[in-house]
Design a binder for this molecule. Structure first.
Ligand SMILES: *[C@@H]1O[C@H](CO)[C@@H](O)[C@H](O)[C@H]1NC(C)=O
Length: 296
């Protein structure tokens, strides 16, 4: 079974659809982002938290060469998706600049440090947990309704592209944060993965209930190869085995849950993006992609 090509092909379809649908419509397509540091573009700058990217060397390759709150040297994945659909990057939801006409472009609700589970990232104190991100999405829709009416708002949300990136922190900043963590004493790794996936399914269903109809869902990258994890857990410079095992269990189950959700709904609302495969492609064959530009 060529599982990978199915996932990659459906991601391409997911991204190609907005390009086509933009042509006949005068108004642009909105873009909404939910999740963790991989997709946060500045919300945590407005919060009292240690999970922040507002200082050097973050942003060194960004056009301004300044730290913006993105957990990246340069553009992050939401920026690249915005560029691909011909739009300005969406603003962080907490940005005071996100008002009036700019609301119609969408919003980024992501917050570094969060996970699927409510207890993930507690060490970062004041972050926007996923259920709070979804509450803000509701609040956003009320604000937009006041501008363009309820029906138009519903349409804007239904037509929008949505990205959600969650799960890595449930391992890195929860289960494997410290030896004998509460979660690792409670669950074996396979049971923990099943639990996280079952909670993630509820979150995705809620995203659907709130009006999203085209949702890209990324799996986790090779968690054990992240530089911080190499430093903490690697034995001889190889990617940390337990975290690699976590990603290997998590990703296929997430893809399967997405298939289940789509059949329950009766429509391909959710699109699985195989982040692990894409990242490993960059790592193992950087020349094929020009500059190697890793986001942590
Ligand atoms: C997480 O918190 C939200 C509300 O903030 C709650 O609705 C949900 O049930 C909680 N999840 C778990 C697994 O406790």
């Amino acid at each position: 079974m060529d599982f990978h090509s199915v996932i990659v092909a459906s991601l391409l379809v997911g991204l190609a659809a907005p390009l086509c649908s933009l042509v006949p419509q005068a108004e642009a397509r909105a873009f909404f982002v939910f999740g963790d540091s991989l997709v946060d573009n500045g919300n945590n700058n407005y919060l009292a938290t240690s999970a922040r990217a507002d200082s050097y060397p973050y942003g060194i390759d960004y056009p301004s060469h300044r730290a913006t709150g993105r957990f990246s040297n340069g553009f992050n994945i939401p920026d690249l998706i915005s560029q691909a659909i011909g739009e300005e990057s969406t603003l962080p939801y907490l940005s005071p600049e996100l008002t009036g006409q700019r609301l119609l472009n969408g919003a980024n609700f992501a917050s570094a440090g969060v996970g699927v589970l409510n207890d993930t990232g507690i060490q970062f104190l004041n972050i926007i947990r996923i259920f709070k991100q979804l509450e803000y999405f509701q609040q956003y829709q009320q604000r937009v309704s006041a501008l363009i009416g309820e029906e138009q708002t519903q349409q804007l949300v239904n037509r929008a592209l949505v990205l959600i990136t969650l799960g890595g922190n449930d391992f890195v900043n929860n289960y494997y944060l410290i030896p004998f963590s509460a979660r690792s004493r409670q669950f074996s790794l396979p049971d923990y993965v099943r639990y996280v996936i079952s909670e993630y399914k509820k979150i995705l269903m809620r995203v659907y209930e709130l009006g999203a109809r085209r949702v890209l869902v990324t799996g986790t990258g090779p968690l054990g190869c992240v530089p911080a994890e190499l430093a903490l857990h690697s034995v001889n410079g190889e990617c940390a085995i337990e975290l690699q095992r976590a990603a290997a269990l998590f990703n296929p189950q997430l893809a399967q849950t997405i298939n289940e959700l789509n059949s329950e709904i009766g429509s391909d609302v959710f699109v699985a993006a195989n982040t692990n495969r894409m990242t490993m492609d960059f790592v193992s064959n950087p020349q094929a992609y020009g500059t190697l530009n890793m986001v942590n």
